[in-house]
Design a protein around this ligand. Structure first.
Ligand code: MBD
Ligand code: FE
Length: 296
């Protein structure tokens, strides 16, 4: 099964899209070399059965020599490849179901305020509509998950994340919270509507994307970790289904089942979204991967 995984349409299609194969524009030779390079890396992931924590340890090392490495890993489809690979291993082990996982991205920050109840995530003024999100966290049988923590982070209306904002204008942890849920597994928050993210203009990722005939933009989205005792930690995000980049995310983080349409009414938008977790089977299932993360 493992040898065949590289040959699946999902993987081959990802390699083509990541290298800009078949797209107009860009440098043909660079595309061909990029495709072979990412195929070599992903083949190695499968051959060595590299796990999430090992992968991020390697990225962390390389990042010490290249500041945008985490962004390149997302843009080259390697981070999404890891999700496809973990999905395939789950399927092989007879695991599956629940809310799909998708990429974390490089912009999570540890230590966001831990809050309860119906919360506001936005500390800073922002000339944007208000996003309301509500829903439940349940287990495989639909039972409410008790004592979950929902980590939420998203960009502001300029597409910038707090702690990574080149304008320096955001309060630390603006649009970032950890929400402690109760016994009913319900959550509810509001915040200033995020806009899509684009890679820093003129940076290494931007230049590579252009050379591949690609772009460096993501649809507007909201990131989540969902953790709860007895359940497998979920890394996921919702992307706005009505965003122009919803079907063309440079980071390959959009997935079926994770593209809700905001219900837009005047200057408000509502998204109802339920998370379904799997039971933890191994002790590590309840924790995040050992990826190095920014802590403020
Ligand atoms: C993001 O906001 C993001 O989610 C990813 C995956 C990459 C870059 C910026
Ligand atoms: Fe993001």
């Amino acid at each position: 099964m493992r040898a065949d995984f590289m040959k699946t349409a999902a993987v081959q299609d990802l390699l083509d899209r990541a290298a800009g194969t078949g797209r107009d524009g860009g440098d043909g030779r660079l595309k061909a070399i990029t495709r072979d390079l990412i195929e070599a890396v992903t083949t190695t992931i499968v051959k060595q059965d590299i796990n999430e924590s090992e992968f991020w340890q390697g990225v962390h090392f390389l990042q010490q020599g290249a500041g945008e490495f985490g962004l390149l890993v997302a843009g080259l489809g390697l981070e999404h490849f890891l999700d496809l690979y973990m999905d395939a291993k789950d399927a092989e082990a007879g695991l599956g179901g629940g809310t799909p996982r998708t990429i974390e991205g490089p912009l999570y920050v540890e230590g966001a305020p831990l809050v309860e109840g119906d919360v506001n995530l936005s500390d800073d003024p922002d000339d944007a509509d208000t996003l309301y999100m509500t829903g439940t966290v349940t287990g495989p049988g639909g039972e409410p998950v008790r004592n979950a923590i929902l980590h939420v982070w998203h960009a502001n209306s300029k597409g910038w994340y707090s702690h990574f904002d080149p304008t320096g204008e955001q309060t630390p942890f603006n649009n970032r919270r950890r929400i402690r849920l109760g016994d009913d597994g319900r959550y509810s928050f509001h915040s200033k509507m995020p806009s899509g993210y684009s890679v820093p203009p003129g940076g290494a990722t931007d230049r590579l994307m252009k050379a591949l005939g690609r772009h460096g933009s993501r649809p507007a989205h909201v990131h989540f970790f969902v953790e709860a005792p007895g359940y497998r930690t979920l890394t996921t995000q919702i992307n706005f289904g009505d965003d122009p980049f919803a079907a063309d995310d440079f980071a390959f983080g959009t997935r079926e089942g994770l593209l809700p349409l905001p219900d837009r009414q005047g200057d408000c938008a509502h998204i109802a979204f339920d998370f379904r977790l799997q039971h933890a089977r191994l002790p590590n299932d309840e924790t995040l991967s050992a990826r190095a993360r920014t802590s403020a």
